[in-house]
Design a protein around this ligand. Structure first.
Ligand code: A3P
Length: 288
């Protein structure tokens, strides 16, 4: 396994306070280039809290814009949709990858909180697709991801992870609550809601009108079982993950939090959530 090679300083996996946000060096060491990144007007920024369904929507957008082409068959999703703030030397940084993307539009992914997104995205009035997932499942997914990904801080056991997460000692930590959701250039997509409806809404936001056949191809190509088997979408080509601990395409379900949260943890979470999430327009499903 190729671990990131940072020349000096603290471990790449330790959390550091970065502009008030908990991050690791994997996401902060290329900051100057991230901050100065030059967005283009037709760029589409895929913004999510990590593990909210980023890969799912990346695949939807890639199929919508570029169809089932050679690119789908030969380039892994993390090359088709670069991760803006990531830097795992000796690999190319996310900004460099985005700069080198030959496509138009460019699909670019970020987990940065709203206030840290490079300002050129706003200046260029780029369209932003934000994916939101119910926070309990998002947290469980993140726990398993931290177990298997070498780029993340080690989570400890579930109870330790839960406590740290509740205390804000977890990566990124902040959702896009401060984003102005009524902004014309921002569209919010709900993970595992009615996919066909979400795709229709996404298309009208993007001004696209795929044929019935194209829509069918997109629905099929982004189904969990199909993406799980798709080597160009399931991250099996990415070196810093141990699928023996937990696969990237883990369950893809709503409600797995019930297999992890204790009754007391659920109460603590609900209490905290009520004080922090005040947007009544988003309706998440925590069970099916
Ligand atoms: P689970 O760990 O709950 O299974 P991200 O892409 O933001 O890292 O999110 C990863 C989560 O999305 C994982 O959730 C993964 O299984 C799920 N996922 C990925 N592709 C999916 C798809 N096509 N349909 C449903 N869920 C998907």
């Amino acid at each position: 396994i190729l671990l990131p090679q940072f020349s000096t300083g603290i471990s790449p996996h330790s959390l550091v306070d970065f502009n008030g946000i908990s991050m690791t060096r994997v996401f902060t060491s290329n900051w100057e280039n991230v901050q100065n990144f030059q967005a283009r007007p037709d760029d589409i920024l895929i913004a999510t809290y990590a593990k909210a369904g980023t890969t799912w929507v990346s695949q939807i957008l890639d199929l919508l814009y570029f169809g089932q082409t050679e690119r789908q068959k030969t380039l892994p999703i993390h090359e088709r949709v670069p991760f803006l703030e990531v830097y795992l030397p000796p690999n190319m940084s996310g900004t460099e990858q985005a700069d080198n993307l030959p496509t138009s539009p460019r699909l670019i992914k970020t987990h940065l909180p709203y206030q840290l997104v490079p300002k050129s995205f706003w200046e260029q009035n780029c369209r932003v697709v934000y994916v939101a997932r119910n926070a309990k499942d998002n947290m469980v997914s993140y726990y398993h991801f931290n177990r298997m990904s070498y780029g993340q801080p080690a989570p400890g056991d579930w109870n330790t992870f839960f406590q740290n997460f509740m205390e804000g000692k977890s990566m990124y930590e902040i959702l896009w609550q401060e984003a102005d959701l009524s902004k014309n250039s921002l569209h919010v997509l709900l993970y595992l809601a009615d996919t066909e409806r979400e795709i229709d809404k996404l298309c009208s936001f993007l001004g696209l009108s795929p044929s019935a056949e194209e829509k069918k191809m997109i629905l099929g190509g982004t189904q969990f079982d199909n993406m799980r088997k798709n080597y160009m979408a399931n991250y099996s080509t990415f070196p810093l993950m141990d699928f023996k601990i937990s696969p990237f395409m883990r369950k893809g379900k709503v409600g797995d939090w019930k297999n992890h949260f204790t009754v007391a943890q659920n109460e603590e979470f609900d209490e905290d959530y009520k004080t922090k999430m005040t947007d009544p327009t988003l309706e998440f499903r925590t069970t099916i």
